[in-house]
Write a protein that binds this ligand. Structure first.
Ligand SMILES: NC(=O)c1cnc(OC2CCCC2)nc1N
Length: 322
């Protein structure tokens, strides 16, 4: 085979290995096999720079120092969520929704990942832009940094035009290792994984992002009913397109079941390898979502159930023994 075909073949093989490792969390090959193929691709790309493909896995490592981040206007605003703190807040949410529609309500409950929201735009299945939430209307273009996150696909399984939303986060283990390393380097530590993720995405040196082990869970398709008529169908569509979706979401048919899900995960949250600060509840039907619409700043068809702040052991010690 000629070098162009070999570059194409290596790019597809390594993209598949990346997908299984970073999106499915199910590695297909060991690191040595992966690394030797990547080294071969790097060599061929160095010798044939004109043949490098846009979604090459070699773009995930190394990097450059940017001058700054451009402002980006969001086509669809990234709104904030209203909060619920107890079962009666949840009941109020359901009652308000029921006043505005005669149809029976089905909910989707999702873990509320404690990271930072980003929006990603794909054209013909290729990642063209990624941005922070900013003030909800205007964010910052951090495309180059987001390309270093291996669980963010550079090329989708279908050549679609789509804008998707997700939460970038730093796993607890990566956070502990990073703070340990910063302690050794006598640098200030990060207070929590969310701050560590936010600080990483603000880096102008993209090679730093590549080393920080950030990850992402995708949770919505922005403003589109081409991929399904319910939110849960949209989550399935996201998975089929190659996006990493948190597996713990559940379709529930009453607010009592929603409250049980919230309590269940409030107990289980400390066993998760990432931080969550609550549960996001969405009405499943997209037509009912459209019927309910938005308040000035939040959807009427979604709410965040917030867990009480988790006291770390050291904080507990401060309070108890001071
Ligand atoms: N942090 C999260 O895990 C999270 C944040 N936001 C949303 O939904 C947005 C989009 C539709 C209403 C609010 N879902 C989530 N799971």
């Amino acid at each position: 085979m000629d070098v162009k075909e070999r570059i194409k073949e290596l790019t597809e093989i390594l993209t598949k290995y990346d997908y299984h490792y970073h999106v499915l969390d199910e590695p297909l090959v060991d690191d040595a096999t992966y690394d030797s193929l990547l080294a071969e691709l790097k060599k061929l790309e160095k010798e044939n720079p004109g043949l490098v493909l846009a979604h090459s896995p070699t773009k995930r490592v190394g990097g450059k120092v940017l001058a700054g981040f451009k402002a980006v206007q969001h086509g669809t605003p990234m709104l904030s969520l209203g909060n619920a703190f107890n079962s009666s807040d949840l009941e109020d949410f359901a009652i308000r929704a029921k006043k505005k529609t005669s149809q029976p309500l089905t909910y989707v409950a999702e873990l509320k990942i404690d990271g930072l929201a980003v929006t990603l735009t794909y054209e013909n299945g290729m990642l063209v832009r990624g941005a922070t939430r900013g003030d909800g209307q205007t964010g910052e273009d951090i495309t180059e940094n987001l390309k270093k996150i291996k669980s963010i696909p550079l090329k989708l399984t279908q050549p679609v035009n789509i804008e998707v939303r997700g939460e970038v986060y730093m796993p607890k283990l990566a956070f502990d290792k990073l703070n340990e390393q910063r302690k050794q380097e006598e640098k200030p530590q990060f207070a929590n994984p969310r701050n560590a993720a936010a600080g990483t995405l603000r880096q102008l040196d993209t090679s730093i992002v590549a080393k920080r082990n950030l990850s992402i869970f995708f949770y919505s398709i922005a403003n589109s009913d081409e991929f399904g008529s319910t939110h849960s169908e949209n989550l399935s569509a996201l998975k089929e397109l190659g996006f990493r979706v948190n597996p713990n979401y559940k379709k529930l048919s009453s607010i009592e079941e929603v409250y049980a899900y919230c309590n269940d995960w409030q107990q289980k949250r400390e066993n998760l390898p990432y931080e969550i600060d609550g549960v996001v509840i969405k009405i499943d039907s997209l037509s009912i979502q459209r019927e309910l619409g938005y308040t000035a700043k939040s959807p009427r068809w979604a709410i965040a159930y917030k867990f009480p702040a988790q006291r770390s052991f050291s904080k507990l010690l401060d309070v108890t023994f001071t």
